[in-house]
Ligand binder design. Structure first.
Ligand SMILES: [Zn+2]
Ligand SMILES: [Zn+2]
Length: 111
């Protein structure tokens, strides 16, 4: 009688530990990938002028949407590698990937 009770208690404790391990691994999986909004917002954002000159590195086209930059479009640069993209494009990209689409540099890992 006494022994049976003890066996059940051990089983319950082991199950609780397994459940705790499961929830920890799931939440870790969700946090490692993209950058958070405040990190992305801290990157310099520039409105292109008549010269369409980028504030950093990059071609006349955005490497994410492959469209040419136009006057008065908003571009954002990744400070670590100075690559530039449309702000809308790089915001969405960094939220999901967390790395520069051109050089694969990871802004979050270098600091
Ligand atoms: Zn774009
Ligand atoms: Zn880059």
């Amino acid at each position: 009688m006494c022994r049976d009770h003890r066996r059940v208690a051990t089983w319950v404790a082991r199950n609780a530990a397994l459940n705790a391990a499961d929830t920890t691994s799931v939440s870790n999986g969700n946090t490692v990938i993209g950058l958070d909004q405040s990190t992305i917002e801290s990157y310099a954002k520039v409105v292109l002028g008549e010269s369409k000159r980028l504030p950093g590195l990059g071609d006349a086209t955005c490497s994410i949407c492959l469209a040419e930059y136009n006057v008065e479009e908003i571009v954002r640069c990744i400070p670590e590698c100075r690559h530039c993209f449309h702000a809308d494009c790089i915001d969405e990209w960094l939220k999901v990937r967390g790395t520069c689409p051109v050089c694969r540099n990871s802004p979050s890992a270098s600091s």
